[in-house]
Design a protein around this ligand. Structure first.
Ligand code: FAD
Length: 322
């Protein structure tokens, strides 16, 4: 019976994704009667290491000059080097781009099975069962992982964190990994996008705009509303593809997966690919002038109206009420 490994990228820090991965890992390890082993790769982040130690049985921290910046081959090699001797039953990763990229390769290298976009993972007899949405979130599938380890990337932000109460912190070990630069892939330039406020994936309130806004100008009005609400801005793919807003604002199947307390969709139709990115929101609400827009099927409540008649008065009212 192998243990459960949770991979945590040091660069992301002690964020909601790390907490969700560890929460799922802790529950899985407990139901297997196994140990939870956190693996942190990259320049040491104390908050992450201590947060992980509080809910894990051990934390392996691997720092190396080649782990300072993400590179698929070196990060994969480090994970294989650490995981192989452990012969784990499961390896869990978050649903950032890198976790998704690493999971399938890691499963292959460890001789296991891979699954992604999991909203649940459980033990069923001698197999691990992974629950995930299919058909754009319209149905749920349960996948039995045939080989061990099961390497699974999770919708980590939708997973409850583990409770550290009553648990002695796990032992933190620095591990040395032997890595060589991969000559096949070279980073030729790096563009860091200026970011304000919290990460979209961490946001508690999101105001999101779609193609129905008609151009980049109305997004300024939405931004004012978002500022009044203390919200982050997001958009549909149609609005991003049109170049009205940065691509980093896109939520959905091929964009970010968000899980806010409140998601306000303005002039967004609610295509299944968009819903896939917002399905973990606690409350979804929408403003759309089409009463038959699919988004209303996913809303706790919504408003059938031209957004232009609503945004200004809504912002004024919210500003007045503080
Ligand atoms: C493989 C694949 C992956 C994809 N990934 C994503 C993804 O990650 N994210 C994503 O968002 N999409 C994704 N898409 C695209 C998706 O299918 C839709 O095309 C897209 O979400 C539509 O964006 P939208 O709702 O802004 O535009 P539309 O579908 O054009 O909807 C505009 C809405 O605005 C409303 N409207 C118009 N004017 C007003 C007004 N004045 N006031 C109020 N409402 C108004 C309309 O009634 C309509 O409902 C993907 C598609 C594919 C094939």
């Amino acid at each position: 019976m192998g243990d459960v490994v949770c991979y945590l990228p040091a660069k992301a820090g002690w964020d909601r994704s790390a907490q969700g991965v560890l929460g799922a890992g802790r529950r899985l390890a407990d139901s297997l009667g196994a140990k939870l082993r956190a693996v942190v790769l990259g320049p040491t982040d104390e908050a992450l290491v201590q947060g992980a130690a509080a809910v894990s049985d051990s934390v392996a921290v691997a720092d190396h000059p080649l782990l300072a910046e993400y590179h698929p081959e070196t990060f994969l090699a480090a994970l294989v080097a650490i995981c192989k001797p452990l012969a784990p039953r499961a390896v869990l990763l978050g649903n950032d781009t890198y976790g998704q990229e690493l999971a399938a390769r890691l499963a292959h290298r460890l001789g296991g099975s891979a699954a992604g976009d999991a909203v649940g993972i459980a033990v069923a007899g001698d197999k691990l069962h992974v629950t995930r949405g299919v058909y754009g979130g319209k149905a749920t599938a349960v996948i039995a992982l045939v080989r061990s380890p099961g390497v699974v990337w999770l919708r980590a932000r939708a997973m409850d964190p583990a409770d550290p109460a009553g648990r002695a912190p796990g032992e933190v070990q620095k591990v040395t990994v032997d890595l060589a630069a991969d000559p096949r892939v070279k980073v030729v330039s790096r563009h860091v996008e200026a970011k304000e406020g919290v990460k979209l994936e961490e946001a508690r309130v999101i105001v999101s705009g779609g193609r129905g806004l008609g151009g980049p100008e109305p997004f300024k009005q939405l931004q004012e509303l978002a500022t009044t609400m203390g919200a982050q801005m997001a958009a549909s793919r149609a609005a991003c593809d049109a170049g009205w807003v940065p691509a980093s604002w896109q939520v959905g199947q091929t964009g970010k997966k968000v899980a806010p307390e409140l998601y306000l969709a303005i002039a967004i139709s609610g295509a299944s690919q968009h819903i896939m990115g917002i399905a973990d929101s606690k409350v979804i609400t929408a403003i759309n002038r089409d009463p038959d827009a699919p988004i209303f099927k996913h809303c706790s409540f919504g408003l059938v109206e031209d957004y232009q008649k609503v945004i200004g008065p809504l912002r004024e009212k919210l500003a007045k009420n503080g």
